[in-house]
Design a protein around this ligand. Sequence first.
Ligand code: NOJ
Length: 517
Amino acid sequence: MPQPWWRSAVFYQVYVRSFADSDDDGIGDLPGITSRLDYIRDLGVDAIWLTPFYPSPQKDHGYDVSDYFGVNPEYGTLEDFDRLLARAHELRLKVLVDIVPNHTSSQHDWFQAAVSSADNPMRSRYHFADPRPDGSPPNNWTSSFGGPAWSPEPNGKQWYLHLFAPEQPDLNWFDPAVPAEFERILKFWLDRGADGFRIDVAAALFKRQDLADRPYITDRVTGARRFDSTFQIIEQPQLHDVYRRWRQIANGYEPARVLVGEIFEPRRHSKYIVPDQLHMAFALIQQPWDAALWRRSIDASRRALQGPGAEPTWTLANHDVKRPVTRLGGGSTGRARARAALLLLAGLPGQVFLYQGEELGLEEVDVPDERRQDPVFLHSGGKEKGRDGCRVPLPWRKGEPNAGFSTAGPWLPMPEGWGRYAVDVQAAVGGSTLAHFRRTLAERRRLARRLARRLQWLTAPADVLAYSRGPLTVACNFRNRPARLPAPGGLLLGSDPLVSVRHGVLTLPGNSAAWLL
Ligand code: NOJ
């Protein structure tokens, strides 16, 4: 049986605002992406995921959608989207669109109608509730961006629910008009040729209807008072019927389209990654650099998926988390570890999602506070720095203004010396991080058919993880010192130039990894 294309695919996440700017206004756009699709193809990936490019007031950089059927003028037009898609398909790249079904923008027509009068029928598409008698929010739910999950409506007496920013009112999925509208939206993009969707906040669409307060409990270890994490605001059983329906829609196209849920907790994956619902959900590894923790994380994600053919979707980075190089120690140590981590994850059965700039070894940027734009920063009064640091535009050419991204100042400032990571510099150096990513993905693709789905952990020295998959052996050294282990094959790839195999012994310098065949 031929495998569906996504089964062992590598995806590349394009953060539209920061990828490439075609009209020199300092903001990335769709034609910019189209002009750089060759670069993405040459990286050796199979598909791209585009972050939201819909019309939006940009209060959460596109995750506040005011029209699900269009393109934000800053990013281009629908025709630009069609051209991007056509060029991607010529290059044999699939394209996933980001669908944002949990909330709309407060500027969306539905919400504008909903708050226009107390009896507007659109109100049932959102969650409105009376404040408590003392004038406080209807319940104690909190927003992921800080503060209460409720805000008073602009001109009325009630409050509305928003699990994110106040400009992102949550939709009420119990109103049948909402699922019906989203089916229309899905079909709109699939009919244009999109190859599938990444589904934002995929487990949260239905909230518990009793709007009960979250209980506090006393933490047995620390004695601190915190919310009881077993209390589910989200993840109501009705959600599975929605995804069954979406899967039917996806299956109605040839070839079938794919659905990737933004769901991170492995314990949830088993409920969604089943043959009649979603195809994939992220196994995001954010553990500190520790062999035992990584092994546990990998095992937990694999164990969670028992369905036929289901494998985890490995990822180290996206536009919401600190850049892996920085997370793993920063500077040359962090970069060495991120390079090793690529070999460790890309050898596993399953899919891989890369985030733009990982292939350049970019670090988290300490964006000056006065330039920060993330609602997380704004709504926490600056206590949380937020996610701007991983969203700084890509450096393309070293000697040019703004590292070749744009002649105008980019929407987020680039730090001094950003050009040293530029694509043109790294493309010319055999040992660069870019070259390492290209080689790794090329080998992964070349080996794909020969690799067993079964993975076997091998005995290895302390702080080293090693596994085999058919003829491939992967080993990763988490120590800062070198490690030696028997080499069952010849050296195919090393994350560090000093990785070697001699007389049947693999030597891994500190923080390095290898593929042996
Ligand atoms: C997850 C997205 O990745 C993030 O960027 C966004 O802020 C929230 N969902 C809300 O849409």
